[in-house]
Write a protein that binds this ligand. Structure first.
Ligand SMILES: Nc1ncnc2c1ncn2[C@@H]1O[C@H](COP(=O)(O)OP(=O)(O)OP(=O)(O)O)[C@@H](O)[C@H]1O
Ligand SMILES: [Mg+2]
Length: 302
């Protein structure tokens, strides 16, 4: 199987206890209707845990933001769901089954840095690969698949770049190619690692529209996102992660100043007067001092 992104298998260890799906019955606590159900998950690289004791039930048909500082384990958590990162313990199920039985239901948009952009494939090839699950890995990409891939490229505004080698695309175009690839897969659950990184305002709007379109078709999206100012506007649900899950739930209930403090620790200063406005109305301001980011945007209640 051709992979364009890194697989961290070098340090993979055997899961503690029963492996998920070993008996085909799944874990009693797993909800068969949840698109993504995670219990007691710990992920370790070189025996050092980087994601601890994660318990999550992602609800169906929601846009879910995965929020946390650099190094919090967001990409690792997503990769563990895709069996691309070493699970030290715990159980993960996709619609009540292990991922390997449900691959075709899961679309993945990798973080840009984890993609081998020198891989000698065109934009159209990358998108057409999204349809492989439906086509079967050992069948050549047929005409229908290519024409479907072309339609998706048009949807993300990149039809003119179909024949271009992926290294010769801009950062924002590369991002959209991988979104198009996930869309071509026609999955039910989308795991997107920073789809908004390196895109301009117009592309960001286009991606938001795509997310809403997916939601209107009952799809579930778990999206890694860094811009705290747009979290409340974009997501119905949030997971706040800093090696452990700080909190998870509906955005209105979970995305508040205290939880942001717990998630970002000393790196985050929420300007208190403005943070009040998060709860009530109007504008709010958040400063992430460590990264010198400064956000201004709408409040969750706006
Ligand atoms: N392949 C690897 N081998 C060893 N350590 C790794 C590996 N990949 C990630 N890590 C470490 O695991 C931790 C979590 O990394 P991860 O990439 O999941 O963070 P993240 O939340 O996605 O960060 P960012 O916002 O910067 O993308 C970090 O300390 C990182 O250095
Ligand atoms: Mg990451």
């Amino acid at each position: 199987m051709i992979r364009l992104f890194n697989i961290d298998r070098a340090t993979q260890t055997t899961p503690r206890g029963r492996a998920d799906g070993e008996d085909g019955l799944g874990h009693p606590e797993h909800s068969p209707t949840s698109p993504l159900s995670i219990h007691d998950l710990t992920v370790a690289y070189h025996r050092k845990p980087v994601v601890w004791d994660v318990d999550l039930e992602i609800p169906e048909g929601k846009l879910v933001g995965l929020i946390g500082p650099n190094g919090a384990g967001k990409s690792t958590l997503i990769k563990a769901c895709l069996e691309l990162a070493p699970k030290a313990s715990g159980l993960i199920q996709v619609y009540g089954q292990p991922y390997r039985k449900q691959r075709s239901l899961v679309g993945y948009v990798p973080q840009r840095e984890s993609v081998d952009w020198d891989f000698p494939v065109s934009a159209l090839d990358v998108v057409a690969m999204g349809g492989y699950h439906r086509l079967g890995w050992f069948r050549p990409v047929n005409k229908r698949c290519r024409s479907e891939a072309m339609q998706v490229l048009e949807r993300v505004g990149l039809a003119d770049y179909a024949g271009r080698q992926i290294s010769q695309l801009s950062g924002g175009q590369q991002q959209r190619i991988f979104l198009a690839r996930a869309l071509a897969q026609n999955a039910k659950l989308y795991l997107m690692d920073e789809p908004f990184a390196a895109v301009d305002a117009g592309t960001e709007r286009a991606i938001v529209e795509l997310l809403h379109d997916l939601k209107s078709r009952g799809k579930t999206c778990l999206v890694v996102h860094h811009d705290l100012a747009t979290v409340a506007e974009y997501f119905d649900w949030v997971v706040l992660l800093n090696m452990r899950v700080v909190d998870a739930g509906p955005t209105r209930a979970v995305f508040h100043q205290e939880n942001l403090r717990k998630t970002y620790g000393g790196k985050l200063t929420v300007l208190s007067a403005a943070a009040e406005a998060v709860q009530h109305a109007g504008e709010w301001l958040v400063r992430v001092a460590g990264n010198a980011w400064f956000f201004a945007g709408a409040s969750p209640g706006a």
